[in-house]
Design a protein around this ligand. Structure first.
Ligand code: BYC
Length: 331
């Protein structure tokens, strides 16, 4: 019941495209031109973008839950204010992305409905619990760090509205990443108990963060098409490796240990190498069996129901305003 989108793909009924238009479109992508909402695009490109952008929006919104858990328990007023602002930023990211999605001819209601019906995914990472305050540091440092690594190339994505939304989002994410690292640094330099909290958070978030980049290239079903269309600029494995190379030295600087006895620096390739990722865990989380899948969807559905009166009031207000404006224009 809580499985994430096992039955929803960007397939839909097959569409036979006009070969000439298709060839022109592929040439535009190859030439790095931006595709805008009113331009012709193949149905498969449109569906891929609706899938990715809406799932990205859902991730931002569901991603507010694990951090929301700590607003009332932040250790100081300053930390509470920063955390609240960060969570509000995530809501804003969701809004930019839902708007970008609407330019593809799908309504926000439709994509939200797909999420609530369990047909659309959101990032696997938000199905893990936030058990101690250091998790707020680890989310900023690692989760936002991974998100930035994936999202910077999306600023150059071929679809204009998505690329432009990502530019603004990335600026805010980089601030989020730094505030998370600063929490980790404070804890790592604090009392032994605080350092142990930071270590515990790293132990629990490291492997799930590596899974955020998606399945290995060899089994990534959408990658080759998305890369040809310049939606994705780097493969899942390439981005994962960039993240590992950037993050391991940061963790070592904190004086923390990564939960991977096989982690080592390869002098020849100048890359950090990890032990094998447990992809069966990733599959379980995507199938709805992560530690918090049920809770996340329950809260999201409840929030949607609780907000129904606000949306209704906004609709009635907009209708009254439009009627008033029409009356004034007619006078
Ligand atoms: N979790 O063929 P693949 C944030 C799915 S929010 C769940 O490689 P693709 C933040 C994938 O959707 C960060 N599902 O797919 C917010 C596909 O299934 P469907 C969110 C995953 O699309 C608050 C299947 O596996 N970022 O930053 O080429 C606080 C096969 O995968 C995951 C984005 O959404 C996963 N981790 O590549 C803090 C970025 N990975 O759709 C932080 C935009 C894969 O066929 N998205 N799947 O049912 C992307 O860049 C790409 O969609 C992905 C996957 C790299 C994630």
């Amino acid at each position: 019941m809580y499985a994430q989108a096992l039955d929803q793909k960007d397939k839909g009924p097959a569409v036979i495209e006009d070969p000439e238009r298709l060839a022109r479109f592929e040439a535009r992508c190859a030439a790095d031109e931006k595709i805008e909402p009113k331009d012709w695009m193949p149905e498969a490109y449109r569906r891929t973008l609706i899938r990715q952008v809406s799932q990205h929006a859902h991730s931002e919104v569901i991603g507010m839950q694990p951090e929301g858990n700590w607003v009332t328990r932040a250790p100081s007023l300053k930390r509470k204010a920063v955390l609240l602002s960060k969570i509000q930023d995530e809501a804003g990211h969701g809004l930019y992305l839902y708007s970008a999605c609407e330019t593809l001819g799908v309504s926000r209601e439709e994509v939200v409905e797909a999420l609530l019906a369990g047909k659309a995914k959101y990032s696997s990472i938000f199905n893990y619990p936030t058990l101690n305050w250091a998790d707020m540091g680890a989310i900023g440092w690692l989760v936002d760090g991974a998100a930035i690594m994936n999202q910077i190339p999306l600023c150059r994505c071929s679809y204009g509205p998505y690329a432009r939304a990502m530019i603004r989002i990335c600026k805010e994410e980089s601030f989020h990443q730094r505030q998370g690292y600063e929490i980790m640094l404070t804890l790592a330099r604090g009392t032994p108990a605080q350092k142990a909290m930071a270590q515990d958070a790293l132990n629990r978030w490291w492997w799930p963060c590596l899974m955020m980049f998606g399945p290995p290239d060899a089994v990534s079903e959408h990658s080759s098409e998305s890369m040809r269309w310049k939606i994705k600029r780097f493969s899942n494995d390439d981005l994962r490796q960039k993240f590992i190379d950037a993050t391991v030295p940061q963790g070592l600087f904190l004086g923390l240990t990564f939960p991977d006895p096989e982690l080592k620096f390869n002098e020849a390739t100048e890359h950090w190498e990890t032990g094998p990722i447990d992809w069966s865990e990733f599959k379980r989380v995507l199938a709805g069996e992560g530690p918090c899948n049920r809770q996340r969807m329950r809260v999201r559905r409840q929030t949607e129901a609780d907000g129904a009166w606000v949306r209704e009031a906004a609709r009635v207000h907009a209708k009254k305003r439009a009627a008033r404006q029409a009356l004034q224009a007619a006078e």
